[in-house]
Design a protein around this ligand. Structure first.
Ligand code: SF4
Length: 258
C-alpha cells in the first residue's frame, strides 16, 4: 500500500533517553526523529517560532521544514544513521530500544534508506518502535521486516482539529494493528475530551481491533500535563484503557532531545 512518498530523507535530531510513553515507557531508547508529517494538528497548541505564532503539536520542529530548515539534515547514506546508533551503543553495556519518531516517520515508507535502516535494526535484534499517526501503512509484501516492528498507533482525535477523514484511516490501521508486532494504540486527550466525546471517539476507532489501548494527557509541559492527567486517569478507569503518562515531560519538562 503506497499512500505517501518523500524523495529526500530528513533527520531532525537524535538522542538517547528513556521512552516516556506507551507500552515501553521507562525503557532506555535511542530516538531518531525524522522530519515531515502528512498532518498539522492545529488543535494541539500555539508555538512561538521566529517571532511568529504557529499552530501545531509539541514536535512542530519535525513538521514545518521552512521554519526549522537548519535542523533538517538530509540523509544520503545508510551509514550515517548506523553510525549514530553505534555511537550511542558504544557507551552502553546493554542493547537499548530504538524508537523511530517524527513528525510522521511513515511518510518515508517507500524510502530506500529508511527501509534499509529498519531492516538492519530488525535483523540486528533491536526492539524497534515506530511512533506513527497510523494513517500510512507499509507494504508488508515488499518489506516483510515491518511485521517485526511495533507501531505506537497515535491515531488523532477531534482535539487535533484535523478532519476525521484525514486522521482516521482504517485502511492503514488494519495493516498496522493486525500485521505488525505487538502494536498498540496511543491516544492523546485533554480534560475536555476525556470528560466529553473521548470515550465514543476512541471506542469507534478501536472496536474492530484487539490491540492494547493507552491514553495519555495532552501537554508539552509539566503544568499542562498536570491539568489534564487526573481526567485522563479517571477516563481510563471508567473505560478500561491503560493510562500512559509522559515521563520525559515529568522528568525534564520542556527540555528538547528528551
Ligand atoms: S500527526 Fe503527530 S507529528 Fe504530525 S502534526 Fe499531528 S501531532 Fe504533530
Amino acid at each position: 500500500m503506497r499512500l505517501a512518498r518523500c524523495d529526500e530523507l530528513y533527520l531532525v535530531e537524535h538522542f538517547f533517553s528513556i521512552q516516556g510513553e506507551g507500552r515501553f515507557a521507562g525503557v532506555p531508547s535511542i530516538f531518531l526523529r525524522f522530519g515531515g508529517c502528512n498532518l498539522r494538528c492545529p488543535g494541539f497548541g500555539n508555538f512561538e517560532v521566529g517571532g511568529k505564532s504557529v499552530a501545531g503539536c509539541d514536535t512542530i520542529r519535525a513538521v514545518y521544514s521552512s521554519l526549522y530548515r537548519k535542523m533538517w539534515h538530509p540523509v544520503r547514506e545508510l551509514q550515517e544513521l548506523e553510525e549514530i546508533i553505534f555511537e550511542y551503543e558504544d557507551r552502553l553495556s546493554y542493547m537499548p530500544d530504538v524508537v523511530i519518531t517524527g513528525g510522521e516517520p511513515m511518510v518515508y515508507a517507500d524510502h530506500p534508506i529508511f527501509n534499509a535502516l529498519l531492516k538492519r535494526l530488525v535483523e540486528g535484534g533491536y526492539r524497534v518502535t515506530v511512533e506513527s499517526n497510523a494513517t500510512i501503512a507499509p507494504s508488508l509484501k515488499e518489506h516483510p521486516f515491518f511485521s517485526e516492528i511495533t507501531f505506537a498507533m497515535a491515531v488523532k482525535l477531534s482535539n487535533s482539529k484535523e478532519p476525521k477523514a484525514k486522521r482516521v484511516v482504517h485502511e492503514a490501521i488494519e495493516v498496522l494493528a493486525n500485521e505488525t508486532k505487538e502494536s498498540f494504540f496511543k491516544f492523546t486527550l485533554d480534560r475536555k475530551l476525556a470528560e466529553g466525546s473521548g470515550a465514543e471517539e476512541i471506542a469507534r476507532i478501536v472496536q474492530r481491533y484487539e490491540n492494547e489501548v493507552y491514553c495519555m494527557p495532552l501537554g508539552s509541559s509539566e503544568k499542562e500535563i498536570g491539568e489534564n492527567a487526573p481526567s485522563v486517569a479517571d477516563f481510563c478507569l471508567e473505560n478500561g484503557y491503560r493510562y500512559s503518562d509522559r515521563l520525559h515531560v515529568r522528568l525534564w519538562n520542556r527540555e528538547e532531545k528528551r
